[in-house]
Ligand binder design. Structure first.
Ligand SMILES: Nc1ncnc2c1ncn2[C@@H]1O[C@H](COP(=O)(O)OP(=O)(O)OP(=O)(O)O)[C@@H](O)[C@H]1O
Ligand SMILES: [Mg+2]
Length: 245
C-alpha cells in the first residue's frame, strides 16, 4: 500500500514572548518533525502544558507557527475538549448545518448530509431538541457530527474522553473506529491513554514541547511514560485488556 502523508511538519517551532517573566522567550514547541500518513490512528500524549493543543491548533490553521514548514493534505477538523465552546446551533440539526452552509454546500445536499451524520452519531432522535439540554456525551457526539459532516481528511480529537462515563467512552471509541474505517486520519490528544491505546496504530509522546517517543503503542515503557508525566493504570499496561466492548 502506498502511504500518502496527511500532515507533514518539518522543523516547527513555536515561541512566546514573555516580557514579564525571567525568561523572555518561552519555547512551547521545539523543532518538531512529524509526518502523519493517511488512515493512521495516532495518540499524542503528554503532561499538562506539553504542547499538544498548541501543535494541533497550528495543524488546524488556528494559530501560526514561529518557524518551520507544515503541509496538510485535505481539510483538518478539530474537535475541542469543551463541546460547549464548539456548539453554535440551537439544535443539533442547526449546528451541523452551520459548517455545511459555510462550505457553500447546495441546500438539497445539506439535509442528506445532516441526516447521515445524525444517524452515525446516534443523535437522530434529538435532532430538533435544544442543544443546551443534551448530556455531556451527546454534546461530544454532536461536535463530532458537525465536524465529520464537513468531510475532513484528518480529524483531531482533543481529550475526547474527558468527563465521560464507561458508555460514553465506548460510544466515542466506536465512532472513532467507524471514522477510521471510512479512510480518515485520526489524531487523539490525551493523557488518558488507557482509554484508546488499543485502537491506536502509533503513539507519540510530547514532553516540554519536544517529541520524546514515536512508535508502536506496545513499545512504550511504563517507567518512561511516568517520567514524561503520563499516568498508566496499575503497575503495567496490559494491552489485551484495553479493548472496550
Ligand atoms: N498564547 C500563549 N501565550 C503564552 N504561552 C502559551 C500560549 N498558548 C500556549 N502557551 C503555553 O504553551 C504550552 C503548551 O500549551 P498546550 O495548551 O499546548 O498544552 P497541552 O499539552 O495541551 O496541555 P493540557 O494537557 O493541559 O491541555 C503551555 O506551557 C502553555 O502555557
Ligand atoms: Mg491541551
Amino acid at each position: 500500500m502506498n502511504k500518502k502523508p496527511a500532515v507533514f511538519i518539518s522543523n516547527l517551532t513555536k515561541t512566546f514572548e514573555m516580557p514579564q517573566e525571567s525568561v523572555a522567550v518561552f519555547c512551547a514547541l521545539d523543532n518538531i518533525n512529524l509526518t502523519i500518513f493517511e488512515n493512521e490512528t495516532i495518540i499524542i500524549a503528554g503532561a499538562n502544558g506539553a504542547g499538544k493543543t498548541l501543535l494541533m491548533n497550528i495543524i488546524a490553521g488556528l494559530e501560526p507557527s514561529t518557524s518551520g514548514e507544515i503541509q496538510i493534505s485535505g481539510r483538518v477538523g478539530l474537535i475541542f475538549q469543551d463541546a460547549d465552546s464548539q456548539i453554535l446551533g440551537e439544535t443539533p440539526r442547526e449546528d451541523i448545518e452551520f459548517g455545511l452552509k459555510n462550505l457553500k454546500i447546495p441546500k438539497e445536499q445539506i439535509k442528506e448530509k445532516v441526516d447521515t451524520v445524525l444517524k452515525i452519531t446516534g443523535l437522530l432522535e434529538k435532532s430538533d431538541s435544544p442543544a443546551r439540554f443534551l448530556s455531556g456525551g451527546e454534546k461530544k457526539r454532536l461536535s463530532i457530527a458537525s465536524i465529520i459532516a464537513m468531510e475532513p481528511q484528518t480529524i483531531i480529537f482533543d481529550e475526547p474522553f474527558a468527563n465521560l462515563d464507561y458508555d460514553g467512552i465506548v460510544q466515542i471509541n466506536r465512532l472513532i473506529a467507524d471514522i477510521k474505517a471510512d479512510g480518515k486520519t485520526i489524531i487523539i490528544l490525551t493523557h488518558e491513554i488507557e482509554k484508546c491505546f488499543a485502537i491506536a496504530s502509533r503513539f507519540i509522546v510530547l514532553s516540554k514541547g519536544k517529541i520524546v517517543f514515536d512508535g508502536a503503542p506496545q513499545d512504550a515503557l511504563k517507567d518512561k511514560l511516568e517520567k514524561w508525566g503520563i499516568k498508566t493504570p496499575g503497575n503495567y499496561i496490559k494491552f489485551e485488556e484495553l479493548m472496550w466492548k
